[in-house]
Design a protein around this ligand. Structure first.
Ligand code: ATP
Ligand code: FE2
Length: 325
């Protein structure tokens, strides 16, 4: 079975093509804001302008023809409504044109499923950390449930905000990581973990107040140490609570070496395995939507056209993910 999947929840318009458990193509076109954060209308204009070309590129990359496609999957939510709308429209028209079924996929669950496919993790506690999301998710009782999450902004958003205040363009993560590597001087910052939840907005405000009085490299280093320690502490609590022995990290922030290292140390101490999703599949991408669409279709069938509207606030635990067994 060959599935084409479309991702368009935020800044990435991605198209992936999957044949059963094999990824044949994963092509993306990312909107990059000139300044500031994501502008919903500009991002959706970018997606609209690039949709057809990205779909065509994926088909030629996969070395198939349009007629070979058996199923069209798309990211139905959660995400920015204007952006979701473009992917939804593209998916509906492609499925109608080809006369093949359509399936709507939850973006957060897709991150986990492709992570399991790529790493071999079977039943992990997942730390999903990106620009728009920071959640600790695990499978329990037929659903992926959120055991911990940010009480305010996502970690990637926090990093990008601080980056902007020191004139680093979006996305700020890689540059902040480079600056952090140049320091070992820890300065005190707010540390907020409540059970398995955490918060970053006070941390960013404090860092912004400290600018000028402290070395930027020390601030970047301390930011990472505090923020990642919070994420790792909450993840460890979830592993202990659920008695699982695998941890999977995904999302754009999973690219960070220091975060990976801290998770590995924690996992090792607990006798658990830690897995990191390769960057190409950890960032928003179409392959994860195609692969998860196929799992969902095989277990639950297609998404009827009148139920294929976008779901900007779709929560992970609203999905019956019983294809997991
Ligand atoms: P989502 O829709 O899942 O919220 P997104 O639109 O934020 O995703 P991603 O590509 O998953 O897109 O993540 C981008 C985020 O990852 C940005 O906030 C960016 O700063 C952050 N990031 C990228 N590389 C690093 C890094 N090395 N260290 C820390 N953060 C990073
Ligand atoms: Fe994402």
């Amino acid at each position: 079975m060959i599935t084409l999947g479309i991702e368009s929840t935020a800044h990435t318009f991605g198209v992936g093509i999957v044949e059963d458990g094999t990824i044949l193509a994963n092509v993306k076109s990312a909107y990059e804001p000139d300044e500031g954060g994501i502008h919903p209308r500009k991002a959706s204009e970018h997606h609209y302008a690039n949709a057809k070309q990205t779909i065509d590129n994926a088909i030629s990359k996969a070395d198939i023809s349009e007629e070979d496609i058996d199923l069209v999957a798309f990211s139905q939510g959660p995400g920015i409504p204007q952006c979701l709308q473009i992917g939804g429209t593209a998916a509906r028209s492609l499925s109608q044109k080809l006369g093949v079924p359509l399936v709507g996929v939850n973006h957060c669950i897709a991150h986990i499923e492709v992570g399991k496919l790529e790493t071999g993790a079977e039943d992990p506690v997942t730390l999903y950390v990106s620009g728009g999301n920071s959640q600790i998710i695990a499978y329990a009782g037929g659903k992926y449930r959120i055991f911990g999450e940010t009480l305010d902004i996502a970690i990637g958003n926090a990093i990008d905000k601080f980056a902007r205040s020191i004139d680093i363009p979006h996305p700020g993560g890689p540059r902040i990581e480079e600056l952090a590597e140049k320091s070992e001087n820890l300065v005190e910052l707010p540390y907020v973990v409540k059970g398995m939840d955490f918060s970053f907005s006070g941390l960013v405000t404090r860092l912004q107040q400290m600018l000028g009085d402290y070395d930027e490299e020390d601030l970047c280093y301390s930011f990472q140490e505090y923020a990642f320690a919070m994420l790792v502490e909450a993840t460890e609590r979830a592993i202990a609570h659920l008695d699982k022995d695998e941890v999977l990290v995904t999302g754009g922030v999973a690219a960070n070496k220091r975060l990976q290292e801290m998770l590995e140390v924690m996992a090792k101490e607990r006798g658990a395995n830690s897995y990191k999703v390769p960057n190409e599949y950890a960032m928003d991408n179409g392959a994860m939507i195609a692969y998860t669409g196929q799992l969902k279709y095989n277990s639950k069938g297609e998404t009827e056209i009148n139920r294929s509207g976008i779901k900007p606030d779709w929560r992970t635990d609203q999905v019956e993910a019983d294809w997991n067994g």
